[in-house]
Design a protein around this ligand. Structure first.
Ligand code: ADP
Ligand code: MN
Length: 365
């Protein structure tokens, strides 16, 4: 079960509103949101191709009408009834909130008693480096009030949003435990780049932002094919290219959505992660090979599908082996996202993602 008192402030954010919470283990985040964002997450069940490119949707929370009683509901996908079409729909479980009323502490910017429960994309890393890239030259949805449109339009014109279809919204990078005494480093050893940092770039200078994210003092990654940063960038590029292919086939309109990049910021953990991953994958492969030599039947049951890159794999004993966390990029922030059949691909965000790909390619030469 799930109690509000067991939630803690989630400070591993790169940008956005305050008020994000997580459970104590940190596997999930609870983000105050509007109904539109819940609607979007629930609509993704009908767009399975996009699921690998967004955080896993674990449910929604809503504060009951009587906040003194403070009852909420965690809606878990799959926990509900099976519909006639065979698809399972989210189910509802009532959960007791025992603590303070559900009011996001963001100075009243979002008035909502709703929240989405999402996979924490930054979980499992020793020191996650985090980058939020806001996508789109147009940042406002059709229903935005006139003043908001004007404000967002101005923000786009003053930044790389207009020219490149993206801007760096926020970022934090781990500098090592010894760096905490540096002026620009917080007590956790992180350098935090606020939204003004990303707004200061133009199309010619914005590559510096990616250099800062990957901590590339020489400006580009080492030529060494085994360099963990080079390999990390290559993986990001692979994921982004797949994401583009999916979005080109979908008809979405996502305004002010972001790409959330995470990779291991602890140098030792990062170096160890690649050989560790290799070792686990080799072990899984040899377990499979052994299995297929034993079986007379051509159709050997290889156990749960393991070619899905979700981090869960099975070792020789059939136990789940956790692949080390290396890097991940997801689309997030769907307050103004919809599927619009007949409208064609979402060129507004595709343009931005393609430009991010081009700039990241430039870092590995
Ligand atoms: P906002 O509307 O406040 O901009 P976002 O969805 O962009 O909301 O979330 C704000 C910040 O929270 C992001 O910049 C990111 O750092 C963090 N965040 C959002 N979703 C996740 C997630 N699923 N896992 C980890 N961090 C997240
Ligand atoms: Mn955001």
């Amino acid at each position: 079960s799930f109690r509000k008192s067991q939630l803690i402030a989630f400070d591993n954010v790169a940008a956005g509103h305050d008020g994000v919470l997580s459970d104590r283990s940190g596997v999930m985040i609870i983000k105050p949101c509007k109904q539109s964002e819940i609607d979007f997450y629930e609509s993704t069940a009908a767009h399975p191709d996009i699921l690998p490119f967004i955080p896993t949707y674990m449910g929604r929370l809503s504060l009951g009408a009587d906040s003194a009683q403070a009852a909420g509901a965690l809606i878990l996908p799959g926990a509900g009834a099976t519909e006639p079409d065979g698809q399972s729909r989210p189910g509802t479980a009532t959960l007791p909130f025992v603590d303070h009323a559900w009011a996001p502490s963001n100075g009243g910017k979002i008035q909502t008693d709703l929240a989405v429960v999402l996979e924490n994309v930054a979980a499992g890393y020793k020191r996650p480096n985090i980058l939020d890239v806001k996508l789109g030259a147009r940042l406002w949805a059709d229903d935005a009030p006139k003043e908001k449109k004007a404000r967002l339009q101005r923000a786009a014109e003053e930044t790389t949003s207009k020219s490149l279809g993206f801007r760096i919204d926020g970022m934090k990078t781990y500098q090592g435990s010894g760096a905490a005494k540096r002026m620009d480093v917080n007590s956790d050893g992180y350098r935090v780049f606020d939204k003004n940092y990303g707004r200061s770039f133009n199309a010619e200078t914005v590559q510096q932002g990616f250099r800062d994210f990957f901590q590339l003092e020489k400006g580009v990654a080492s030529k060494d094919k085994k360099d963990p940063i080079r390999k990390t960038i290559r993986r990001f590029l692979g994921s982004l290219e797949e994401m583009v292919q999916v979005l080109e086939k979908e008809e979405s309109r996502m305004y002010s959505a972001s790409l959330l990049f995470v990779y291991e910021g602890n140098v030792e953990a990062r170096g160890a992660a690649f050989p560790e991953e290799r070792r686990i994958l080799d072990e899984i492969q040899s377990a499979r090979d052994r299995q297929s030599t034993f079986g007379n039947d051509a159709q050997v049951d290889h156990g749960p599908a393991s070619d899905e890159d979700d981090g869960a794999e099975y070792d020789s004993e059939g136990e789940i082996a956790r692949l080390p966390c290396i890097q991940s990029v997801k689309l997030i922030d769907f307050a103004h996202a919809q599927w619009v059949p007949g409208s064609g691909p979402d060129e507004n965000i595709l343009h931005g993602i393609r430009n991010v790909i081009q700039l990241m390619r430039g870092l590995i030469g």
